[in-house]
Design a protein around this ligand. Sequence first.
Ligand code: PLP
Length: 309
Amino acid sequence: MGFDDMDVDTIWMDGEFVDWEDAQIHVLTHGLHYGTGVFEGARCYETERGPAIFRWPEHLDRLYASAAPYEMEIDHEPEELTEATLELIRRQDLSSCYIRPIAFYGYESLGVSPGDCPTRTAIAVWPWGTYLGEDALEEGIDVMVSSWRKHASSQIPTNAKTTGLYVNSLLAGEEARRNGFAEAIVLNKEGHVAEGPGENIFLVRDGDLYTPGLSQSILDGITRETIITLARDLGYTVYDQATISRGELNTADELFFTGSAAEVTPIRRVDNVEIGDGTRGPVTEEIQSKFFEVVERRTDDYDEWFTYA
Ligand SMILES: Cc1ncc(COP(=O)(O)O)c(C=O)c1O
């Protein structure tokens, strides 16, 4: 569904609420040419206590942290971005939505050095369903190991959520879809499992969970950290600094992706090799159902993870 079909009309830009059509930038914007933007993707869930943003302070912290390597100063305090986001949700009467804050170097000059380019900041919110298709959460998805490797963290900060990085995600994801798969798994420069184009990955073996460590060129996913916490609270052992070889994917008992967009999505096949029974496995199901119990606020636990609109 495109934006034109959605019932949203307001964007927050550089301190002002503007009409959706008026949220425009110049074609010589630095960020457009060199990928010098940093962004976030968060979800606001429908709950009995009204719309609730999941782990919003963590998303904001990561936004400012992503800007740091690029010496980008975001001219707005976190409180202002929070208030703007809550106001966008209330004004547009959204019960649930996706939230996209972005900061980028704007229009002034077009050397690679951003020089005096101002930092522009915007926030948009819109209704968004499941990321990898309606059946994905229950039935799982088929994925392929991409022929594209993830850039090494010695080449570009992979723990920063920078717009330019996503050309790699696009290449991997589109290659997978062209070949009939729903999504890709991307290996790092060393050939170890890194993550999906927009997801972290977990492997289940003999009842324990493994997920690639931060030194494997991954984004430090907020859902990843959430799942590590929930799984440990459920009594699982989680190895969160794992090095996972490509072959271990095929022999895993279960695999699943995590992400703000993908939530907890089971993987049932990798390169046409069935994982476990080729369906959502029992550990994935338990963790996934805990995740949805928490985000839909069917429990009072973990209330500190929510910002209510
Ligand atoms: C490359 C990449 N890895 C992992 C993730 C998952 O991170 P999070 O759970 O914070 O959304 C994302 C999504 O933001 C991503 O783009």
